[in-house]
Ligand binder design. Structure first.
Ligand SMILES: [Zn+2]
Length: 118
């Protein structure tokens, strides 16, 4: 019976994890197609007006991908806490993390007070 409660509470976390995974898939595909565009236009480096645009686009996507991967890592870590029963409990002081905070930040590992000190 407590299981159902934990599963419900973990709903936003499940969504956050699914979103991070979807983002990673999309961004990986975007990098792949950008890489192909780059390769096909590399014959014409000096006169390629898209050159600088492509590399800034590349670093933008790379940054988003890194962020999405770290979100997925946070979600996995939070998911491990769901499984061992410590989800929703502050890792630092052990007090309960308010449900409202978990709604907004499903991967939160600290209560508001500890997160601001952390
Ligand atoms: Zn705390």
């Amino acid at each position: 019976m407590t299981d159902a409660g934990v599963t419900d509470r973990a709903g936003p976390l499940r969504r956050a994890r699914a979103e991070a995974e979807a983002d990673i898939r999309e961004l990986t595909a975007a990098m792949e197609s950008l890489r192909r565009t780059r390769e096909s236009s590399s014959d014409d480096d000096e006169h390629d007006p898209e050159g600088p645009t492509l590399s800034s686009e590349w670093s933008r996507i790379r940054g988003l991908l890194t962020a999405a991967e770290s979100r997925l890592g946070d979600a996995d870590a939070a998911w491990a806490r769901v499984e061992n029963g410590s989800y929703g409990t502050c890792l630092r002081c052990g007090s309960a993390i308010p449900p409202g905070r978990l709604e907004v930040r499903p991967t939160a590992a600290f209560c508001v007070a500890c997160a601001s000190v952390h």
